[in-house]
Write a protein that binds this ligand. Structure first.
Ligand code: ASP
Length: 324
């Protein structure tokens, strides 16, 4: 009897302490895990949001890059991280596509996370090294077809959207190129700038400054409509790759079981960041589109993830490319 009373009392104390902890959240720095290299597209979005959230939360939001397996090392890490409200995760389409690409994953995208918010959508660009011998898209296609065995395609790893975009491009042309995986777009872009790889498909959040500086050749954008930040760039769809469309979407997650009140506070912090004029300007300059506020809910992110798993699963399986 005495033992039972003590246990009940201890439980009561623990619950009260936890409730107080939630009320004080955040009382120490919050980590935002990025699954790709620093300086790349996902990292740029993460650091821009983190700087704004640091102001609104009154605690530093620390960006931590965990690299490998096209984002899956980080996803597995976050899935098993403490669900105390101090670890969050920003990822992209890879959260959906990896489910079809990998035979075995160390996490389940639909079961191991709390959904915090959608954030931004980003077009991709088809690029080649500066001295690639093709001055427009038609010439590029002809050159790639004629030289397929010696062309290197850079990707951010199996599970990255650059790999998905590259796979769709190869399939549209009926060629198989040599894929060179990096641990994010930042190192892939360095290789493209250095001429160690030939072609790459990646987000405007990384490529716009290099395109504008004339450091790479641009052959088109992967959205159905032209994009504001690169108005002269035709879409791949209008240049003959009918219905070619890849848009990168970023979402913020937390380990499963993170208290609902903290998820809600983090959702508010992400939404506030997306309205911060500094964030709006930075995203605009890099061609990223902020997702409308009304759809930045945990429910909308969960529904979007599910629809993306349903959309890409068959496309990826038809490609017959899987990893362990
Ligand atoms: N853009 C990359 C991708 O292809 C990843 C990154 O953000 O570095 O998925």
């Amino acid at each position: 009897m005495q033992l039972k009373r003590t246990a009940t009392m201890l439980l009561g104390l623990a619950t009260a302490a936890f409730a107080q902890a939630q009320g004080n959240w955040p009382s120490k720095p919050v980590t935002l895990v990025v699954p790709f290299a620093a300086g790349g597209p996902t990292d740029v979005v993460a650091r821009t949001l983190a700087a704004s959230m640091t102001k609104s939360l009154g605690q530093t939001v620390v960006v931590e890059n965990k690299l490998g397996a096209g984002g899956n090392v980080a996803a597995a890490y976050v899935a098993k991280a403490a669900n105390d409200g101090y670890t969050f995760f920003i990822h992209h389409n890879g959260m959906a596509t990896s489910t079809a690409l990998y035979r075995k994953l160390q996490y389940d995208a639909t079961k191991d996370f709390e959904y915090v918010s959608q954030a931004v959508e980003v077009p991709m660009t088809l690029l080649a090294r500066k001295d690639f011998p093709a001055s427009n898209f038609q010439e590029m296609v002809a050159y790639v077809k004629a030289n397929k065995e010696k062309i290197n395609l850079a990707t951010a790893g199996l599970g990255a959207v650059s790999q998905l975009c590259g796979m769709m491009f190869q399939r549209a042309l009926g060629v198989q190129l040599t894929e060179v995986p990096f641990q994010g777009t930042a190192p892939a872009m360095n290789a493209l700038l250095g001429g160690q790889v030939d072609v790459m498909c990646d987000q405007t959040t990384q490529t716009v400054p290099q395109i504008k500086a004339g450091n790479v050749k641009l052959y088109g954008v992967t959205t159905k409509q032209r994009v504001k930040v690169l108005p002269q760039a035709p879409t791949l769809h209008e240049q003959g790759l009918k219905d070619f469309e890849v848009v990168v979407w970023h979402g913020v997650y937390a380990p499963k079981g993170t208290p609902a009140a903290i998820v809600d506070s983090m959702n508010k912090a992400v939404r506030a960041a997306l309205k911060d004029p500094d964030v709006v300007k930075r995203m605009d300059d890099l061609g990223a589109e902020i997702v409308p506020d009304a759809t930045n809910t945990p429910q909308a992110l969960q529904a979007h993830l599910k629809s993306e798993i349903d959309r890409w699963g068959p496309v990826i399986r038809a490609g017959g490319k899987f990893a362990d």
